[in-house]
Design a protein around this ligand. Structure first.
Ligand code: NOJ
Length: 554
């Protein structure tokens, strides 16, 4: 029964409607365009789509500044188109998750407009105000270097208002029961229109106490339980995937000790040490991060990712580790952002080296959690550093070698399509890669298929095996008497390693290679010896063919 938890063995694909596919030729991607691409996504094998914000918004933070939670941005289509889309996705067995951005609204939201104009308005207390400039106004900025403060004076209200992010994103007073009720209403609305859950934006800030007198904010974790409870009352199998870049010791507060809070969280800890491992060929901090974040309630799950729509945030690494990653993947000032991250896409960071790209993806797909793929990464798309801040890695999807990569018929795409250099649409596009059996696209399709066939990774317990080589990560997953073993060599040279599968129940522990015909039998000493090429990886099923035939159902 418990295997019904669909998100434990899902493959999530994230995209933004505005830069995916433009059907009406106005230069902006739309739901009609996205619907035309659903068969592509179905073919790729993804099981869920996460949509970045598509609601009404002035678009000053790419939709993360919402001015109406109950409407679709007219540039993307209508509510009718949205429902057609969720329905069409469902027909292909694809679930839809959407962003839930409720830490703040746009300053153009009518709640904020009414709040600032009228101290008696019921919305006044939906935001956080102060008569005087709070002493900590120049602390806690999320976008240092671009964002000047966390409090701004509103000349109309003649008070200061709090904004954790940009000044056009006033924070909601999430401790106010009326605001909490509205958040539930928003969730209830979209769940009714066919979504399977939410990627909740900025969760630690949503649940934080806020105000001019709050010197030491604390998290109101109970709120998370209330959100989940409500959602599951409405639709039993819906989930919340939390964006919470927090320390491993607080993870349990987000999942809930009894698994009664967030079903999923993004694993930022593993993400950062993964990039350190790729930069240094040293897997030890990655192993530490995997082990530290290893324990969570059975119903909880990590979202594993490489790059997302934001900068690659390296804020949780040590200074030396961070500098190592900067040196390897973003050495120039223009590659870096907010003093802590890199604003590049994966392929250019890895020098377009196919071996390294496969290694990175193979690793991400076999870490304990559910993989989250960013649109365009399946093609090895690049970035455009001439664009401001995070827009560098938010360029339109490259569909073909037609003008503007086949994204739009308009001459004015909402964000310029990458049109020159090795990552230009002329060289990197879906149409061409679909025809080439050895393309990154076809490789991704195969690895997605394989990942779905090894639910041990999503569901099972894991053990990191000793290889005696810090450049090689070996892990075994066990679930329902089935085991899978994966190896990754992060060094740029071949490595020969010896290891034991660690299975102690006397099972045949021959290793059946799931990706090629190159299997492995243990030597007399019970150990396997495998030679991995530079950046090589292996996925094995443990137990030999006889075992395969007998293995229990998934
Ligand atoms: C986190 C989102 O990922 C980011 O893109 C956005 O700017 C902030 N939250 C503010 O909503």
């Amino acid at each position: 029964m418990i295997k019904d938890l669909w998100y434990k063995n899902a493959v999530i694909y994230c995209l933004s409607v505005g830069t995916y596919m433009d059907a009406n030729g106005d230069g902006v991607g739309d739901f009609q365009g996205l619907m035309r691409r659903l068969d592509y996504l179905h073919g790729l094998g993804v099981t869920a789509i996460w949509l970045m914000p598509f609601q009404c918004s002035p678009g000053r933070d790419d939709g993360y500044d919402i001015s109406d939670y109950y409407g679709v941005n007219p540039a993307y289509g209508t509510l009718g188109d949205f429902v057609e889309f969720t329905h069409s996705a469902k027909q292909r067995g694809i679930r839809v998750l959407i962003d839930l951005v409720v830490n703040h609204t746009s300053d153009q939201h009518h709640w904020f407009k009414e709040a600032r104009h009228d101290p008696q308005s019921k919305y006044r207390d939906w935001y956080i105000w102060s008569d005087k400039k709070p002493p900590n106004a120049d602390k806690g900025m999320v976008f240092p270097g671009v964002q000047k403060s966390t409090w701004s004076r509103d000349p109309v209200a003649r008070q200061w208002y709090f904004h954790r992010f940009y000044d056009f994103q006033p924070d909601l007073n999430t401790s106010n029961p009326a605001v909490q009720a509205e958040i539930l209403k928003i969730m209830g609305f979209w769940i009714q229109l066919g979504v399977s859950g939410f990627r909740m934006d900025a969760v630690p800030f949503v649940i934080s106490t806020k105000g001019p007198d709050v010197e030491r904010p604390h998290e109101q974790y109970d709120m998370l339980r209330a959100f989940r409870e409500f959602l599951q009352w409405r639709v039993g199998d819906s989930i919340i995937l939390a964006e919470a870049n927090v320390l491993p010791k607080t993870d349990v507060n987000y999942f809930g000790e009894d698994g009664d809070r967030m079903q999923m969280m993004f694993n930022f800890q593993v993400n950062q040490s993964l990039f350190y491992a790729l930069a240094s060929s040293d897997t030890r901090p990655l192993i530490k991060a995997i082990e530290r974040t290893g324990a969570h309630p059975l119903t909880g799950q990590w979202g594993m990712f490489l790059r997302n729509h934001d900068e690659l945030d390296l804020g949780r690494l040590t200074e030396a580790q961070r500098q190592r990653v900067f040196a390897a993947f973003g050495p120039n000032k223009q590659d870096q952002l907010y003093d802590r991250g890199i604003r590049r896409r994966l392929a250019p960071m890895l020098g377009g080296d196919r071996r390294r790209l496969e290694l990175a993806y193979s690793l991400m797909f076999t870490l304990p959690g559910t993989p989250v793929v960013r649109y365009g990464d399946e093609l090895g798309m690049g970035d455009d550093l001439s664009l401001p801040e995070r827009t560098s890695c938010r360029t339109p999807m490259q569909w073909s070698a037609e003008p503007h990569g086949g994204f739009t018929k308009s001459d004015k795409p909402v964000v310029p399509v990458i049109s020159s250099g090795p990552y230009g649409f002329q060289h990197v596009n879906a149409a061409e890669q679909r025809r080439d059996p050895n393309s990154m696209l076809n490789w991704t399709e195969r690895i997605v298929r394989m990942r779905k066939e090894v639910p041990e990774v999503g569901w099972g317990d894991f053990e990191v095996l000793k290889t005696g080589d810090k450049a090689v990560l070996a892990m075994r997953y066990d679930w329902r008497n089935n085991s899978v073993l994966v190896l990754h060599n992060l060094a740029d040279e071949p490595r020969e390693i010896e290891f034991a599968t660690g299975l102690k129940d006397g099972r045949n522990d021959d290793l059946i290679n799931l990706l090629t015909g190159d299997h492995s039998k243990a030597a007399k000493n019970g150990k396997h010896s495998v030679c991995l090429e530079a950046y090589g990886y292996r996925w094995y099923r443990v137990g030999g063919l006889d075992y395969l035939l007998k293995r229990s159902e998934f």
